[in-house]
Design a protein around this ligand. Structure first.
Ligand code: ADP
Ligand code: MG
Length: 321
């Protein structure tokens, strides 16, 4: 199969059909009719084999995850997903030795793209070590994007879903131990919190998605906002599996410093607290208040016994780990 056969067979019609795609795959550029009066939110993420995923992982799940991690960035800004481009680097023998791999990868990607109304409008296909970059483009009314800066002392610190499940799945897989399906799914098929991100426009004062671990990601909000936070560890939303590990080891690194959960962490002025219940039910995302923003610019984690936790490592860093 030539490069152009691959493109025609697999990439020509991925995701939703959208009326605002003037020209999709097939020319030197895609042409997109950006609606008047909207800002374009753009983000790109790369997944590298052996770094972000195990080389033998399920290609359908990989297609899903490659798009999910980028969509999660749109969620974290309160942007509505619209278009994506896909840059794929494939080992040269992959189309021959694993003929079903690309079809499965595209199936996983296509299903999530259709779920969120995203059209894949172009990309690039090269050979080399397996790596995937997806750039997503979303729309947001001017001035309404929720940024990392904006948290004020007294704001509540909130997170969606549960923390540490993806990290637990990875830990168990690497040590050859059995992994419960629900936990494994959190690693393989993260669900970008798009509906929640949109619902938090005009309510959240700052927001980020948890890709590197709560301590690191909340740290970015604090730094951008020039504030600190106190987090009550007893309030952290944990699955039964992660709670069992934390309870058994007294090690909080799974929920605080392991990545890949793709939940949203946001700050909320206390006046909006009554909205939390409605937000959770409207967006399908459980929401938990885990602490508050402080004027003192430190991030403190209070243990259930009232003392402070010392955290050795805050999250994954590609250049210092
Ligand atoms: P160029 O040489 O101008 O960069 P290419 O030959 O790389 O163009 O790509 C031809 C067309 O196929 C372009 O419209 C490009 O966007 C699209 N395309 C290439 N690879 C992919 C891919 N992996 N996913 C989606 N579209 C792709
Ligand atoms: Mg060209």
């Amino acid at each position: 199969m030539s490069e152009f056969d691959l493109i025609r067979t697999h990439f020509a019609r991925l995701g939703s059909e959208r009326a605002d795609v003037t020209l999709g795959v097939g020319d030197d550029c895609a042409l997109l009719a950006v609606p008047a009066g909207q800002e374009l939110a753009v983000s790109i993420d790369t997944l590298v084999s052996g770094v972000h995923f195990l080389p033998d992982c399920d290609p359908d799940a990989l297609g899903h995850k490659a798009l999910a991690v980028s969509l999660s960035d749109l969620a974290a800004m309160g942007a509505e997903p619209a278009w994506a481009t896909l840059a794929l680097t494939l080992p040269p023998d992959l189309p021959r030795t694993r003929p079903d791999w690309l079809a499965a990868f595209c199936r996983g990607l296509d299903a999530l793209a259709c779920e969120h109304g995203v059209a894949v409008v172009g990309g690039d296909t090269t050979s080399g070590p397996l790596a995937i970059s997806i750039q997503v483009h979303g729309l947001v009314p001017p001035g309404q994007a929720v940024r990392r800066r904006g948290a004020s002392p007294g704001d509540l610190v909130c997170v969606s879903g549960t923390l540490g499940d993806a990290g637990l799945a990875l830990r168990l897989i690497l040590s050859g131990e059995p992994v419960a399906d629900g936990v494994r799914r959190r690693l393989d098929r993260p669900m970008p919190r798009i509906a929640l991100g949109l619902a938090l426009r005009g309510l959240a004062s700052a927001m980020i998605d948890c890709s590197d671990g709560l301590a690191a990601d909340l740290g970015h909000i604090l730094e951008a906002s020039g504030v600190g936070a106190e987090i009550d560890l007893a309030e952290l939303p944990l699955s039964l599996e992660v709670a069992a590990v934390v309870g058994g080891t007294l090690d909080w690194s799974l929920p605080l410093a392991s990545g890949d959960d793709y939940e949203l962490c946001f700050t909320l002025p206390p006046a909006h607290r009554p909205a939390l219940l409605g937000l959770a039910s409207a967006s399908g995302a459980p929401l938990t208040v885990i602490g508050r923003i402080t004027e003192a610019p430190a991030l403190r984690f209070r243990l259930p016994d009232g003392t402070d936790l010392r955290l050795a490592r805050t999250g994954y860093d590609h250049f210092s780990d």
